[in-house]
Ligand binder design. Structure first.
Ligand SMILES: Cc1ncc(COP(=O)(O)O)c(C=O)c1O
Length: 386
């Protein structure tokens, strides 16, 4: 084969016009990439809302066993997991679609409902991976600013009607704000969407929300797809597994185009076992609640009040977008990975995953020291190193 430099650009096969017009972008720069850039490991990894409280020991054991069968394809029908989830959720297995995490399922829903040029509605600065999929399928995104640091349900419904949206995305509880709306309000919101508009209700953080956050919706309501994950509460982000609850026709539609062997056998075995570890779930939920309270006290002590959270992370109000950006950079210089919301009004905040008690102690002593030294007051003048 001749070296590639001798092949002229004129011979390069063309990608689709949609892809040719798409800017190169990633929804998130991963912590691993940050480590490679800085050439040193992170001391605290508190930016991706992974579970600091780990994976259920039962799930770990099941995954170790499943590795012995890694030569085989996983079950493309995820039969055992869907049966187990169906019994727990009181739905039929045919109401469930399993994917390689919610991110995979978001792409699937967009693929099924959005043609190039179709209008889609979400909050401005909402979960970037959804926006990424909409761009990838040529949808036209219309965004609605957060109101009082929460998704503006009135504004979203109004925008969906005004633009004749095909699809409306709502994360509840929400990333990046951490806020939530009651299940009753989400139900009423669904009723206000225009006919023919699908609600994609992302419930990745549902278990961390207060009682009453889950709307009471029939699984065969064709107007909504709900997505949930094993990445957060169950501590299996690296295994890549999540599921959607939807009506049978919708699930059958997904079956026409989904990646049938995309959910690996090891993740399936782990998810099944994780569902049975009620003790680990209860421990994680109470540890996260305790961590959120700790962060509230830390925020008060350093002059960065926290926003209410129904998730496994907390937003600290840094007092402005430039200050928040500087804080993200300053903490990274200390080996601490956090993130910040991407748009006003929430971009005045930084978003910090609830860590274990020792991780929180380390973060707390760093932030209190920076506060005492005046480095937090001087964030406006901070210029990132490197
Ligand atoms: C709102 C929201 N949806 C989906 C995901 C991704 O979930 P998964 O790991 O199941 O793809 C995240 C992860 O941060 C999230 O915040």
């Amino acid at each position: 084969m001749p070296p590639s430099s001798s092949i002229t650009e004129a011979l390069r096969p063309a990608v689709t016009p949609l892809l040719a017009a798409l800017p190169s972008t990633v929804p998130f720069v991963a912590p691993d990439a940050l480590e490679r850039r800085s050439g040193r490991p992170l001391a605290l990894r508190l930016g991706a809302n992974e579970s600091s409280f780990g994976t259920s020991p039962k799930a770990l054991a099941a995954m170790r066993d499943a590795i012995a069968r890694a030569a085989w394809y996983g079950d493309p029908e995820t039969f055992a997991l869907r049966a187990r989830l169906a019994a727990r959720l009181r739905v039929r297995p045919s109401n469930l679609a399993v994917g390689a995490g919610v991110d995979d399922l978001l792409g699937l829903v967009v693929r099924c409902f959005v043609s190039p040029g179709d209008p889609v509605v979400m909050s401005r600065g909402g979960y970037p991976t959804f926006a990424y999929h909409v761009a990838g399928f040529g949808g036209v995104l219309h965004t609605v600013p957060y109101r009082d640091d929460r998704n503006d349900l009135d504004g979203l419904a109004e925008a969906a009607r005004r633009h004749g949206a095909r699809l409306c995305y709502l994360s509840n509880p929400d990333n990046p704000s951490g806020s939530w709306h009651s299940g009753d309000d989400v139900r009423a919101f669904l009723d206000r969407l225009p006919p023919g508009c699908l609600l994609l209700l992302d419930e990745a953080y549902l278990e961390f929300g207060p009682d009453g956050t889950a709307p009471s919706l029939a699984a065969d309501d064709p107007r909504v797809v709900r997505t949930r994950t094993f990445s957060k509460l169950y501590g299996m982000a690296g295994a890549r597994i999540g599921y959607a609850i939807a009506d049978e026709t919708m699930v059958a539609t997904f079956d026409k185009v989904r990646h049938h062997f995309g959910v690996n056998a090891i993740a399936q075995a782990g998810a099944l076992a994780a569902l049975d570890d009620a003790e680990h779930v209860a421990r994680t939920l109470s540890a996260v609640a305790e961590g959120r309270r700790d962060y509230g006290m830390l925020g008060a002590a350093i002059g960065m009040p926290t926003l209410p959270s129904g998730t496994n992370f907390v937003c600290f109000d840094a007092g402005g977008a430039a200050r928040a950006r500087a804080l993200v950079a300053l903490l990274l210089e200390h080996g601490v990975f956090i993130r910040m919301p991407g748009a006003p009004p929430l971009d005045r905040c930084v978003r910090i995953t609830v860590g274990t008690a020792p991780e929180r102690a380390e973060l707390s002593s760093l932030l209190r020291r920076l506060h005492a030294e005046g480095a937090l007051a001087a964030l406006d003048n901070h210029s990132p190193r490197g």
